[in-house]
Design a protein around this ligand. Structure first.
Ligand SMILES: *Cc1c(COP(=O)(O)O)cnc(C)c1O
Length: 396
């Protein structure tokens, strides 16, 4: 293959380009009609009552932490196998991040480890949990909701990897990732490598109307001009005109632009087809590696995996990574465990704290996974992995 094959890549059609060009010719580049249209379309796709579009997934996490009341001293639990933004959002608000180990069978936050952590501390010690649908595998939020209710915690689902994913939980119902049925808030990213590309972009979904209204205000500086939300006239205040608005709390400029929203909406139109293609690619990988010493995580039938990533585990991960580079295959590693990042080590986290996560990190490799990956390209990736395995047998 002459062209490098990346691990992930966006897909832009002429329709996408036309949608953005139309915005550029119109009166609004930002805060126009495409924001609301994207929110409505996304909420419908996810099955969530409310959606708030924001500048990126990290901004979404940050605003969620503010809305959930994270402040200095607030303790929040998340997984070490995630992009660091899942933890950083707590730090932006001055809160403390705690980790619990992953379940090696799913690579997701292990609810038993979370329960253990909760039991080791007095009630009220922790405030919330941020489960992550890592790689696109939906976390069983029915179980996490029950645990959170038992301990009076909020749940913030990081669904960046799982738009369109779903699972049947302990209640036998189908839950779509981020649909607002179990987590208090959920967030998504529209970074080009994710399912839906908007350049940059993020979304918060919820079924909680109060949180929804609060997030709308936080997204634009904490300013409101809604008549019902304004304060009483103060004594002697001259009559307020149509210009009047109030800064009611310290918010941010975390708005999405209309150009990005138009691109996001256009991409969303074919989200189901793209997701089906991801699942088809995953199945071809599953079949290719069945019965080999390449370890794959195959979800049960109750799980509709969204496959942001296709991750294999091999004994000599660095060897395979380097070999694939010589073949122009840009496999990647997701992720360096968050607790081992120098920034988090300063809080006392160290190697050995989460053995399952560290073992997973030592062996995991994300193979190319994106809807426009062709069968030929995928066969080349599979053959290359096989070739490496055969080489190793010869050298051994
Ligand atoms: C991409 C990602 C984010 C952050 O999203 P951005 O839009 O890049 O800010 C957060 N969490 C996870 C799990 C992600 O993959």
């Amino acid at each position: 293959m002459n062209q490098p094959i990346p691990y992930g890549r966006q897909h832009i059609t002429d329709d996408d380009i036309a949608a953005v060009a139309e915005v550029l010719r119109g009166p609004f580049l930002t805060q126009g009609p495409h924001i609301g249209a994207f929110e409505t379309a996304f909420a419908r796709y996810i099955g969530s009552p409310y959606a708030v579009a924001v500048a990126n997934g990290t901004a979404a996490l940050h605003l969620c932490c503010i809305a959930l009341g994270v402040k200095p001293g607030t303790r929040v639990i998340t997984t070490p196998i995630t992009f660091s933004a899942s933890a950083n959002c707590v730090r932006y608000c001055g809160g403390e991040v705690f980790f619990a180990d992953i379940d090696p069978n799913t690579a997701l936050l292990d609810i038993n480890m979370v329960r253990e952590l909760l039991e080791q501390h007095p009630r009220g010690y922790f405030s919330g949990i941020i489960p992550v649908d890592y790689a696109g595998y939906p976390v069983d939020l029915t179980a996490f909701r029950a645990l959170a209710d038992e301990y009076g915690l909020w749940l913030l689902e990081d669904s960046c990897h799982s738009p369109g994913g779903s699972f049947h939980g302990g209640d036998e119902q189908e839950h779509r990732c981020g649909d607002g049925s179990l987590a208090d808030l959920a967030i998504f990213s529209f970074h080009p490598v994710k399912h839906i590309a908007a350049g940059e972009g993020g979304m918060i979904t919820t079924s909680n109307e109060a949180l929804y209204n609060h997030l709308l205000r936080l997204r634009t500086h904490g300013i409101t001009n809604k008549p019902g939300d304004l304060t009483e006239l103060y004594p002697g205040e001259p009559e307020r005109g149509g210009w009047y608005m109030e800064l009611q709390e310290l918010g941010y400029n975390y708005r999405l632009t209309d150009m990005q929203a138009a691109l996001g909406t256009s991409q969303l139109n074919r989200a189901d087809v793209m997701l089906a293609r991801r699942q088809e690619i995953a199945q071809r990988y599953d079949e290719a590696f069945a019965g080999t010493n390449v370890i794959t995580i195959i979800p049960p039938d109750s799980v509709n995996h969204a496959y942001h990533l296709y991750v294999i585990q091999v004994d000599d991960r660095k060897g395979l990574y380097d070999f694939l580079r010589t073949k122009n295959i840009m496999a990647q590693v997701h992720y360096v465990p968050v607790h081992l990042m120098p920034y988090y080590r300063q809080f006392g986290w160290k190697p050995g704290d989460f053995p399952n996560a560290e073992r997973y990190y030592a062996h995991c490799l994300s193979l190319p996974m994106y809807p426009t990956l062709t069968d030929e390209e995928q066969d080349y990736v599979i053959e290359s992995v096989r070739e490496w395995a055969a080489l190793r047998l010869v050298n051994a």
